[in-house]
Design a protein around this ligand. Sequence first.
Ligand code: TXA
Ligand code: MG
Length: 305
Amino acid sequence: MTSVRDAVTALNAGNLIFLPTETVYGLGASAGDAAAVAKVYSAKGRPHFNPLIVHVADLAIAESLAYFDDRARALAGVFWPGPLTLVLPARDNGRVSDLARAGLDSVAVRVPSHPLALEILQAFGSGVVAPSANRSGRPSPTRFRDAVEETGAYVAAAIDGGDCQIGLESTVVSLMDGVRYLRAGAVTRQQIKSVIGPLEGDDHDGHRSPGRLTLHYAPDAKVEINVTLPESGCAYLAFGPTSYTGPVFQLSASSDLSEAASNLFKSLRDADKLNPSKICVAPIPDHGLGEAINDRLKRASGFIG
Ligand code: TXA
Ligand code: MG
């Protein structure tokens, strides 16, 4: 079994690791080591204009990488450790390589809550870049075996952190130009507003994360969303009871959004393995966590421009 110590040794040697988090598995490297960061982009096949999230053990280390104002501290105070990434003005002190930031003057930081991630980050003591451990454009891995299938060949330390509890990537909020909700996740728009008041913009007004490519999170099979009864030959991702007699992957029998989020990416992967004519997905309500689930589904189906 790979240990936390093996992971830290690998990071210090400029090699890649799996960083198991509560959201999805990350492909980790030392944030200040440009050569190690370059390995992350190449293992994922990720375009260099799409910056990475820097993971740290606590707020004090985060403040050594970025400038925090009162709103940033308030959000960190409520949601860290947890599934919230903050985009903030970067400190130019070399602790995060330019490549990790894709040359921007901002940096994305988060403190994850998975106990193994925290142990690794505490023992390492500085920032670890970790995009989701999938090859670029594919569904994020939420189980150890999925991470191994995607990018296992590139890591020196493959830590098994079990199944990811949340199953969707972190919420991304930028404080660079007002408050902008760039990527929906388990921390909802309403929760952000309840801490710092109204948002000044969102993903729909042209202020996007550089990584918001149109077709994303996509399996090989074509994905069709909002389907109540699929035609035969399809694999079906159901949300609650269904009369479909073909292969069914139940996101949540009791129509629970958190359960559906945690099952989403693994169901897309498992459905894809059956080589269906299409993967059809039941309608998911758009409130609360449903916004994040529908965001990923629309991208998987190529629906969002
Ligand atoms: O839950 C997560 O966030 C997972 C786990 C491993 O922590 N990581 C993850 O990383 O989803 P990735 O690279 O797949 O997604 C990072 C997102 C991208 O949409 C990227 O464009 C955005 O964060 N991002 C990173 N730095 C940014 C910046 N400076 N400004 C705006 N967006 C940024
Ligand atoms: Mg990703």
